[in-house]
Design a protein. Structure first.
Length: 203
């Protein structure tokens, strides 16, 4: 027999058993885990900070102005004057506000028509309706875009009129876009709204 060799084997077996049975009780293992977790947390913080910085930098670089919006401007006054002239059936004033080559369109139309033809359509409103008005909603904006130096006034209204045929009061919410040239004349006007009831009363 070789006692020394025998006890050595038992000692190794006990150490192996302790390591397997109680792995978390080993000081060296616990220290290694703590160090590993600390490094992982620091690395996560660094990565998150870097990602947020790059995201903010990218967003800042993507910002670019494309013009200016005005709440007060002479072109807004021009648009308001078109409504006043329309309600007063002052066709001469309206003719001076629009350019000679101006085009007009509203929802339901297939294409733009000359402003002279548009005025003939507007006159029909007063032939078929009483108390015709355009009531402003909110406030208009003048947008001066950098691209092609576009000059546009957008405004919101409610068109109202009492039908001479049925007596019904028609109300049509609408948004109007007026494009201007460098001479301050309206060259294009387009209107979005549901005018189906108005068309029905004028038939």
């Amino acid at each position: 027999m070789k006692p020394s060799h025998h006890f050595k084997k038992r000692a190794c077996s006990a150490q192996a058993f302790f390591a397997v049975a109680f792995p978390n009780c080993l000081p060296t293992a616990r220290k290694a885990k703590r160090v590993g977790k600390t490094k992982t947390k620091k690395m996560k913080k660094i990565l998150i900070t870097a990602a947020l910085f790059l995201f903010g930098l990218t967003a800042f670089c993507q910002q670019e102005e494309n013009g200016t919006i005005y709440i007060k401007h002479p072109y807004i006054d021009v648009v308001n004057n078109t409504t006043k002239a329309y309600e007063a059936q002052d066709w001469a004033t309206l003719k001076n506000i629009y350019s000679d080559t101006a085009k007009w369109w509203s929802s339901g139309m297939e294409k733009f028509i000359p402003i002279a033809d548009a005025m003939n359509e507007w006159k029909k409103d007063f032939e078929h309706f009483d108390d015709v008005k355009q009531i402003p909603q909110g406030y208009p904006d003048y947008l001066n875009y950098k691209k092609e130096d576009a000059k546009i006034v957008q405004s919101w209204w409610t068109w109202t009129g009492k039908s001479k045929k049925s007596g019904e009061i028609i109300k049509v919410p609408m948004v109007v876009f007026d494009e201007f040239n460098n001479d301050g004349k309206i060259v294009r006007e387009y209107i979005y709204g549901d005018f189906s009831k108005v068309t029905k009363e004028e038939m």
